[in-house]
Design a protein around this ligand. Sequence first.
Ligand code: G6P
Length: 500
Amino acid sequence: MNTVEVSAPLIVVSNRLPFVLHRNEKGELSRKASAGGLVTAVAPVVIECKGLWIGWSGMYDLDPRTKIPEADPEDKAPTAGLKSEQVIAVHVEEKIFEAYYTGCCNGTLWPLFHSMPDRAVFKADKWKAYCIVNEEFAKCTVQALRKTLRELDARGETNVVPVIWIHDYQLMVAANTIRQVCEEENLRCKLAFFLHIPFPSWDIMRLFPWDDVILQGIMACDFVGFHIEDYCVNFLDCCSRRLGCRVDRNKMLVELAGRTIHVKALPIGIPFDRFVELAQSAPVYIKDTDAVRVILGVDRLDYTKGLIHRILTFERLLEKHPEHMEKIVFLQVSVPSRTNVKEYKQLKEEIDQLIGRVNGRFSRPNWSPIRYIYGCINQDQLAAIYRDSAIALVTPLRDGMNLVAKEYVACQIKDPGVLILSPFAGAGGMMHEALLVNPYEIDDAANVLHRALNMPQDERMVRMKQLRLREQVHNVTNWMKSFLASIGALATERDDPLVS
Ligand code: G6P
């Protein structure tokens, strides 16, 4: 039921490979599985269609001729079936990669696309590095495409059109080069792009000095996917207002140099059943959940996630409602992320201090209000804390989709809890039975938290049932199917003029 059929080879291009390469003391390479939902959905399709995955090697000193290792025999990850010849590692010199990744991706594009332009740094040398690295990815992709086409042609499958699928904000201009070479060499392929973060409004986008290059880079694709319709509309707006392109907002089409680009909202889901199974078998991780009710936050440590606002909200709750003292704890799990970037280091310090202040202010001899984990926890532990938490506080200031909200509801297999969700996450527009809260309104957010703590069981059950049903249906496999269906439909729609 959950398998995805695919007829053409799929070439996936993403900044990171779907696993991490490791080298032991003897210098031998091995793979370490990545746990993300995207990998869970996409890797089986790449395996089935004998496709390819192109991504950064993660190592600066790796000889480009080095063979990517096969998976360990005990590896049960969805990527285990990816043969070494299906993985292409992109190698980039450290200085350039740093300027691209830390400088442009994390220092400029991440804050800008999350509508936080004050945090964005605009530097020509970082942008240049971004273009160089995108070019390198494009070159590897074209080589992979040539090889794929040779194999198809040798089998007489000359009608089969490979699909190149580029992911996320790190690679927004790679398609430019790929399209150019394909046109010069008459290579057949369909080019697709999916953005995993928000697409900002044209008024934010125009702050970026090279926004035209980004827009053209994305429009070099035949198909462009975003999580929600708002992001599609923002993108079409930019194409129209910044580049003067003709757009059809109803049909979600945009025209560039006589080509029509199809734009679509494809909200990503999670591997719902896998989370249910984990929640059914995971041992208890927080031992005292009978005595205290847990309010949970799980995030990468990132300023977009609203962690400071969330801690202040919890503090306000304790101020306004001291009756909750000793009956609740706020458990925040923060996964270290982009630790080389100044903004992230500063945020970590700010959070450490704030938690110290709140705990110092409210702790009693046998109780502290905030428990804080700064580190990674495994999938079993994660499922256990999702399952055993009474409330999930998912309150980003801005977020492309947010999968924590979805994973929490999947794991609610016992007495159901309450999801509190920010409308500024993509998920906020879809998970209607959550309690929506503006994370900037600390006082109101504290009221909503109080309401969640007092919500009667029957109301919690009704809400959670609906939330779970939706995520069960719109899971990540369905997302993958919708993407492939959209790509499949392109061939027939391709000749339609944009505006008749
Ligand atoms: C977000 C982005 C991903 C990125 C991830 C982790 O989810 O959409 O593309 O991989 O953050 O960030 P990192 O910089 O460690 O890859």
